[in-house]
Design a protein around this ligand. Structure first.
Ligand code: FE2
Length: 551
C-alpha cells in the first residue's frame, strides 16, 4: 500500500484539462491565490458569508462573471480521501432548472481553502480552479499535503460569494491505526428522489464523528414519475423527462442535489462512491448504448467528489480502494459497466428468472476481466486487519420466490440475474479469494431493504449450505421503493431482514466490525423520527455476524 496513492485501479486527474493547468495550490495558509482577479469583476452576491480576502493578483484566472443568485445552490462535497489528500467538489450553478445552470458558457474562477478549524482561523491550504461549461461548471479540486488522520474544514468562494462549510477527513497512513481507535462510516444507497424525502440523510448529517460515507449506487434514478407521496403529493416528482442525453442527466442531478438534507450529509464527511444501474438505465449491462452511457457517466462524474478523470467514450474506471491505515482496506466495485447480459430466458417484469444451464457458464462476468484481475491481485496483497468489498449488488445469493417449471410442474426458485446470482462461477472465484484474506466483509446496496447474510461457500439455490466465508451487510434504500417480500422463508442464509427506509452506520476496530441499522419512521417526512435498529457485528477471526444490540 503506497502512501499517497490509494487508487489502485484509477488514474489521476488529467493534466491536459483547462481546470488542471490553471489550478494553483498553495500550502501553509499565507499564500492565497488569484482572488485579486476574482474580486476585480466580482459579483455583489454574498449569500453565505464573508469572502476569502484577496492577497495576490493572477493574470491566469478569468474574471468573475455576473452571477444572478447563490452560485453554490448544490452545496459542497469532499471525497476519495487518502492519508494526505482529499478531493473538494462543488458546481457553480445559480439556476438548477436551466440547462446551463444559469451560468451560460463563460468560465468561472473558484477559490477554495482548507482549515483545521471550522472558523477558518487556521487555513492550511488554498487554491483556485477554473470551472468550465464543458463539465457543467463542476469543480474537482485536489488538496495535497494534508496531515494523515486529520479533520479539516473547507469552503469555496467566487468573488464575494462564499459557499457553505464542509467537514472532511484524511485517512491514517500506511500501517498505522486511527488515533480514535476506530473507522466509523455511514453506508447508503438508492435515493430515488420521487420515492420520498431524505430524512435519512438529515439524520446522518447530525453525526459529527463520521470518517467517511460509503455510497453504493443509485444516486439518481433515470425513471419517469411513477411514485407519488401521501395525499397526491407530487412535490418530489422529477421536473425533467427520462434522460437520454447529457443535459437530461444533468437536470436529474441538479434537482436531486438541490435537497438540503443530502447537501448536509455531504458536508459531514468525505464520500467514497460507486454507481449502480440507475445512473444510466434500469438493469443495464455492457450492451447499453455507449452514447447514453457516456452521458450518464459524465453527469455522474460532474456531480460527485471523485478522484477520477472524466469519462471518455462511455468508459470510466471507478473501481478503486479506500485505505484506512492498517485497519481496513475497502475495494469499491463497478458491477454494471463490464457486465454480461442475463443468461437465463424468461425475465418477468420484476427481473427474476428460474435457473438455466447458461447461468453457470464459467466465462460469464459481472466485473469484466480487468476489474476482476485487479480485485484478485488486491485481495492477495491486502495486509490490513479487515478487508471489505464495497459492492453494489447482492453477493450472498437470494431466492426471490418460486415459479412453476412447465416441464415438471414443480415449483422452482427464482432469483435476480443482475446480482451475483447471475454469475456463480465468477462469484466462486471471488469468494475463494475472500476466504484467503484476514477478516473479509462484504458491504452491499441495491436491494431496498436491510439485510445481514452469511456468505456461504456454495452456489446452491438457496445458498444455505455452509461454511460461511464472511458476513454481508446490505444497507437499505434512502428513499427508493422497498422490496418488502419476506425473504427469510426461502433463504436460511439471511440472518436479518427489515424492509424500512434508512441507512447504516458501521464501526471498525481492531476487535470487530459492526453495523447499526438506522431507519426513518416515515420516508415522506423530512423530519421523521429515527428508529435505531439492531447492531450486527462480526468479531475478528469469526466468519459470521451476530446481533449484539437489539433495535
Ligand atoms: Fe436502487
Amino acid at each position: 500500500m503506497d502512501s499517497g496513492d490509494n487508487t489502485i485501479g484509477a488514474t489521476p486527474m488529467p493534466s491536459g484539462r483547462t481546470q488542471a493547468t490553471t489550478r494553483r495550490t498553495f500550502l501553509g495558509g499565507t499564500a492565497l491565490v488569484g482572488v485579486g482577479a476574482l474580486s476585480a469583476c466580482g459579483s455583489d452576491d454574498s449569500p453565505t458569508g464573508t469572502a476569502i480576502p484577496p492577497t495576490e493578483t493572477s493574470t491566469s484566472l478569468p474574471p468573475v462573471p455576473k452571477l444572478n443568485g447563490d452560485p453554490f445552490a448544490l452545496g459542497v462535497a469532499s471525497g476519495d480521501p487518502n492519508d494526505t489528500s482529499v478531493i473538494l467538489w462543488t458546481r457553480v450553478i445559480t439556476n438548477p432548472s436551466k440547462a446551463d445552470g444559469g451560468i451560460g458558457s463563460v468560465p468561472v474562477p473558484v477559490s477554495w481553502e482548507v482549515a483545521t478549524d471550522a472558523k477558518f482561523d487556521s487555513v492550511v491550504a488554498s487554491g483556485a480552479e477554473v470551472a468550465t461549461a464543458d463539465f457543467a461548471h463542476s469543480v474537482h479540486a485536489t488538496v495535497d499535503g494534508l496531515k494523515p488522520d486529520g479533520t479539516y474544514w473547507y469552503r469555496f468562494s467566487i468573488g464575494a460569494a462564499v459557499s457553505p462549510v464542509g467537514r472532511t477527513r484524511t485517512m491514517p497512513t500506511d500501517d498505522s491505526q486511527p488515533s480514535s481507535g476506530q473507522f466509523r462510516f455511514a453506508m447508503a444507497t438508492c435515493q430515488d428522489f420521487q420515492g420520498g424525502r431524505y430524512g435519512a440523510w438529515g439524520d446522518a448529517a447530525k453525526l459529527d464523528d463520521l470518517d467517511a460515507i460509503v455510497f453504493l449506487g443509485d444516486y439518481i434514478y433515470e425513471l419517469p414519475n411513477i411514485l407519488t407521496g401521501p395525499n397526491g403529493d407530487t412535490s418530489r416528482h422529477y421536473t425533467s423527462e427520462v434522460p437520454t442525453d447529457l443535459p437530461g442527466f444533468r437536470a436529474r442531478y441538479a434537482q436531486v442535489k438541490g435537497d438540503k438534507q443530502l447537501q448536509a450529509a455531504h458536508e459531514t464527511a468525505p464520500f467514497f462512491a460507486t454507481w449502480d444501474d440507475h445512473e444510466v438505465q434500469n438493469n443495464y449491462t455492457k450492451d447499453v448504448d455507449p452514447e447514453l452511457r457516456q452521458a450518464g457517466y459524465q453527469a455522474w462524474w460532474e456531480h460527485m467528489p471523485v478522484r477520477l478523470p472524466p469519462p471518455q467514450n462511455g468508459e470510466l474506471v471507478v473501481y478503486r480502494t479506500l485505505d484506512v491505515g492498517g485497519l481496513i482496506q475497502l475495494f469499491i466495485l463497478d458491477t454494471r459497466q463490464y457486465t454480461d447480459p442475463g443468461a437465463c430466458p424468461g425475465d418477468n417484469p420484476v427481473g427474476t428468472v428460474p435457473d438455466c444451464e447458461a447461468r453457470s457458464d464459467k466465462d460469464r462476468t459481472l466485473l469484466g476481466d480487468t476489474q476482476k484481475a485487479w480485485l484478485l491481485e488486491g485481495l492477495e496483497q491486502s495486509t490490513t486487519t479487515w478487508t471489505a468489498l464495497a459492492n453494489p449488488v447482492l453477493f450472498a445469493g437470494l431466492v426471490t420466490g418460486t415459479v412453476e417449471d412447465p416441464a415438471t410442474k414443480a415449483q422452482v426458485p427464482t432469483f435476480f440475474q443482475d446480482t451475483w446470482d447471475g454469475f456463480p462461477a465468477e462469484r466462486a472465484t471471488i469468494r475463494s479469494a475472500l476466504a484467503k484474506v484476514d477478516n473479509p466483509v462484504v458491504l452491499t446496496g441495491d436491494y431496498h431493504a436491510g439485510f445481514v447474510f452469511d456468505v456461504n461457500d456454495t452456489d446452491a439455490i438457496p445458498p444455505a449450505e455452509g461454511p460461511a466465508v464472511c458476513p454481508e451487510f446490505l444497507v437499505t434504500a434512502i428513499s427508493s421503493f422497498l422490496f418488502s417480500e419476506d425473504y427469510t422463508k426461502f433463504n436460511p442464509q439471511v440472518r436479518y431482514f427489515e424492509a424500512k427506509h434508512g441507512y447504516a452506520v458501521c464501526t471498525v476496530t481492531q476487535e470487530d466490525f459492526s453495523c447499526e441499522f438506522r431507519y426513518v419512521d416515515d420516508v415522506w417526512d423530512a423530519d421523521s423520527p429515527i428508529t435505531v435498529g439492531p447492531t450486527w457485528a462480526v468479531a475478528k477471526g469469526e466468519h459470521t455476524a451476530t446481533e449484539v444490540t437489539q433495535g
